[in-house]
Design a protein around this ligand. Structure first.
Ligand code: 6R9
Length: 632
């Protein structure tokens, strides 16, 4: 199949796409059209041009029409054990239609943006599907982002409406989401954009409506309006290349990038990757621990599985609440057969000991999956031997927000695995490893990972900034999509991802731009300058290590350290809080003023005998000062 997908991509993908419902078929001569080479004109990618479809119809209605209306589409397990729910495909369609009808009634239509800031309630995938049904463009913002980050995204995509809920509990801790949204709406208004409607779901088990701050005229209770609408709603047929969603992700500059995915290619790609990479069978119960606020939750909690008619488990809580056995308790409760998670979760549960795992049967498990960062071989082995009882293959799926779906992954049982390797490319994907000059290198090697040719799930642009799209992804190596990752290939042709080669750090599988953290730190009135690097972290993969130069005369203090960290929490979100602040009287800079991060990374990693050549620094003395202050 792989060979065919490369030799005849149009034929290969057309046959697969034929299994979906298209209101109008695509133009057979335009299955794929692309230019990835900036020297030949603007970069563009399109798939199934001329086709008209709807991903919500294919993910929901098509399953009902196939006779599976009574099959469970989604199970919901709440934060507290014992709190649960479920929806059949028919019930899911009713909920989606009611919300879609409400959205239409307030003037949301095709092409309009809707921002969704919700925790993992079923209302989150329902909201995504409702937007897709009427051709609106959803932009889900992970509900761990701060008010400032939410405001920045709102100002960029100018939604007709924001969807949220009043409060949520994460573990033992209540979080007042609506307060965060209120602050974000004030902030976006200051920046010239005001949101007309804030549709708020009353999460009654956590907070009653009378306790929720309210702005009459703007705020509307979900339960008051949505349930009054009809449970049927016509589908808006959209062009294959119409936008489906925007998802903001971090880049190497401070401003997040609005990654844009379109409808047709994304639909075909997420469905196909899901089916093969997890060896999906209709009897499976599938659980992906990702939040819908990230791409994994878009492609592999919502669209990919539902497009296959799967039963998906949505989990609101955290893996160690009430204790470290929660995941396996859930696996047994629902008889989960496919379990897809991140290395950071594996490492953190591994630390808590085997007892929490072996206490549960886990006998329903069949396939395991990993995503977000390279999985280190010791975590891989623990996942395989202890969690999977040495019988479940692990699909180590390498991909990105930009790629829409899996790019490299083992196919369970199809070829021998190597712990820590994402193995080989998925159908239609042609990875190449290039050197600094952009020359492809063959055989056993390591270098920069690029992709030759497009694939249906590829992102089509960065919202409102096609120039940045070309500059970031297509200019570094002419003619290729540049992933931002380093990669090596071994003698058997297996691929080993070695992490980001740009200024992006990967903390617990979350991408964070060093520039974003730096700009949050320097917005502190007592911070003169900051430089952030990633440092190895036992559980999170990478931790955030910040070198901070204070304004002249300000003394170092514990209080100041805390207030710098809290600045990052409020500007980005708690998940981006630095693990270490290292006071820096000065930063190592070249004579042209460029910070030499290479040196900072070595200092952070305590590899002081590997600092390399520091003679090109404007003031080599700063290195000794930094080392002297390492324990401050
Ligand atoms: C899906 C997702 C993308 C970056 C990517 C890479 C890292 C993801 C990986 C992996 C090694 C894997 N990454 N999966 N590295 N092995 N299986 O995580 O998207 O948030 O955009 O992050 O994550 O560095 O470039 P996103």
């Amino acid at each position: 199949m792989y060979e065919r997908s490369i030799k005849d991509p149009a034929g290969f993908w057309s046959e697969i796409a034929d299994a979906f419902y298209w209101k109008e078929k695509w133009n057979p001569s335009e299955v794929c059209s692309e230019n990835l080479d900036v020297s030949k004109g603007p970069v563009h990618i399109s798939w199934f041009k001329g086709g008209k479809t709807n991903i919500c119809y294919n993910a929901v209605d098509r399953n009902i029409e196939a006779g599976n209306g009574d099959k469970i589409a989604m199970y919901w397990e709440g934060n507290e054990p014992g709190q649960d729910g479920k929806l059949t495909y028919s019930e899911l369609r009713e909920k989606v239609c009611q919300l879609a009808n409400y959205l239409k009634s307030v003037g949301v239509g095709k092409g309009d943006a809707v921002v969704i800031y919700l925790p993992m309630l079923l209302e989150l995938p329902i909201a995504m599907l409702a937007c897709a049904r009427i051709g609106a463009v959803h932009s889900v913002v992970f509900a761990g982002f701060s008010a400032d980050s939410l405001a920045q995204r709102i100002v960029d995509c100018k939604p007709k409406l924001v969807l949220t809920c009043n409060a949520v509990k994460r573990g033992p801790k209540p979080i007042l989401l609506k307060d965060i949204v209120d602050a974000a709406l004030v902030e976006s208004e200051k920046n010239g954009f005001s949101v007309g409607i804030c549709l708020t779901y009353e999460n009654q088990s956590v907070m009653k409506r009378q306790d929720t701050k309210w702005q009459a005229g703007r705020d509307v209770w979900w339960q008051d309006v949505v349930t009054n609408f009809p449970t049927k709603c016509d589908v808006e047929w959209v062009d294959a290349e119409d936008p489906l969603f925007l998802l903001y992700t971090s880049g190497s500059t401070g401003k997040p990038k609005g990654v844009m995915h379109t409808s047709g290619g994304y639909m075909v790609y997420t469905a196909t990757t899901f089916k093969y990479a997890f060896d999906y069978k209709p009897t499976d119960i599938y659980w992906c621990t990702a939040d819908c606020g990230w791409i994994t939750g878009h492609s592999y909690v919502t669209y990919g599985p539902l497009l296959n008619g799967a039963a998906v488990l949505v989990f609101e809580g955290t893996p160690n609440y009430p204790d470290a056995g929660r995941c396996w308790d859930i696996v047994d409760k629902y008889k989960v057969s496919i379990f897809y998670t991140a290395p950071t979760l594996v490492r953190s549960l591994m630390r808590d000991g085997n007892e929490y795992v072996t206490r549960y049967s886990r006998k329903s498990l069949r396939v395991l999956g990993s995503v977000g960062e390279p999985i280190n071989p010791s975590a891989w082995r623990w996942f395989y031997n202890v969690v999977g009882d040495s019988k479940c293959p692990i699909s180590d799926t390498w991909w990105q927000t930009e790629t829409g779906g899996f790019m490299m992954t083992p196919l369970p049982g199809a070829w021998p695995q190597k712990p820590g390797s994402a193995t080989f490319p998925f159908f239609g994907v042609q990875p190449v490893i290039v050197d600094e000059k952009g020359q492809e290198i063959e055989g056993e090697c390591s270098g920069y990972l690029c992709i030759k040719k497009s694939w249906p799930g590829a992102f089509r642009t960065l919202y409102g900034d096609h120039d940045r799209y070309e500059t970031t992804y297509f200019k570094p190596f002419a003619g290729y999509y540049f992933t931002g990752d380093g990669c090596s290939r071994d003698k058997d042709g297996y691929h080993w991802l070695t992490g980001r080669v740009d200024d992006v750090i990967n903390v617990s599988g979350h991408r964070i731009g060093t520039a974003e953290v730096e700009s949050a730190l320097v917005s502190h009135p007592q911070c003169a300058e900051a430089a952030v690097v990633g440092v190895e972290h036992e559980v999170k993969g990478q931790g955030i290590y910040a070198f901070v130069t204070l304004v002249d005369g300000v003394p170092y203090s514990e209080e100041l350290r805390k207030s710098l960290i809290s600045k990052v929490r409020t500007q980005i979100g708690a998940f981006a809080a630095p693990d270490r602040i290292h006071w820096a009287p000065g930063l190592p800079k070249t004579r042209s003023g460029k910070i030499m991060r290479r040196i900072l990374r070595k200092i952070a990693a305590k590899q002081l005998d590997e600092l390399g050549d520091i003679s090109t620094l404007a003031d080599p003395g700063v290195v000794d000062q930094l080392i002297a202050l390492k324990d401050c």
